[in-house]
Design a protein around this ligand. Sequence first.
Ligand SMILES: C[S@@+](CC[C@H](N)C(=O)[O-])C[C@H]1O[C@@H](n2cnc3c(N)ncnc32)[C@H](O)[C@@H]1O
Length: 281
Amino acid sequence: MNLWKQVKESWCPTDMVAYQGGKYRLGSTLAGIINDFMSTHGLETYTEPFFGCGGVTRHIKAPVITVTDNNADLLQLWLEVREGKFERPQPEQITPLVYAQHRNNNNQAPNATRAFFGLFCSAAYRYMGSFVHSRDRKPIVEYVDRHFERFTDEATSWFAKVHVLPAQCYSKLSTRHNQVIYADPPYHQTQGYWDTGEHKYGRFDAQAFWQVANQWAEDGNYVFVSYNTKPLCQHKKWTAVWTSEYQTQSASHTHVRTEYLWFRGPDQVQGTTESQPMDAE
Ligand SMILES: C[S@@+](CC[C@H](N)C(=O)[O-])C[C@H]1O[C@@H](n2cnc3c(N)ncnc32)[C@H](O)[C@@H]1O
């Protein structure tokens, strides 16, 4: 199957934009758990430091929703489209050459057009990867048109009420207490993200992340983390409030992987869902 077909069929289950690690399939399930928790505990403030394309955020019902991400270009695109200020590249500009020009533009200022190319014209926002080729230009242009229209609908509907903090590393997030924080960081042993604030293309430091997540809970917040392993820290206070197994296929093997939603709250609050709690070891 060619790459373009794969992007369309596996990364975009619906008309959603392909996004690496996007929670489109699971978003309503995970948000349902968080919404129930918030209403049971009378919590109103939801914060998400790894926003991406908001697969979970779009289903959150909290009165105050605040997001950020360290991808400044992506946040800029969401904001400019929401405000009707984005001038989208036209079909004749959607070419490998123009893509390469944007890719090689290393200007640090947030750049929504760079995000447009990364999001709509490369494989699932593997921005440092390459333009998705197809022998025929028509499917690419149609894909971009349809998905950009969908993105515009989203940016002006549920996203309209979302507060957006300046792009930042999760570790710089200023948290008070009594916030629900949902984190969907790059998963263990995945590559290809800008790492902690240094604009270095590399592996995410998972141990450092779990330390910060513990600190959020110790500061009096209610922390949910999507992850693909047990928490990478010594703390036994994390509870798996939801798990699911899924299969991935490589050329020679089928792999069974597990997806977890971990919870840790201020010390007096335990995870409360109907699923079987599972202690981190
Ligand atoms: C798995 S994706 C989140 C997907 C999102 N839940 C969705 O449904 O679209 C992880 C996100 O973390 C961001 N990220 C990576 N390193 C980060 C860091 N150090 N601080 C903040 N965000 C970071 C990436 O830009 C990416 O958007």
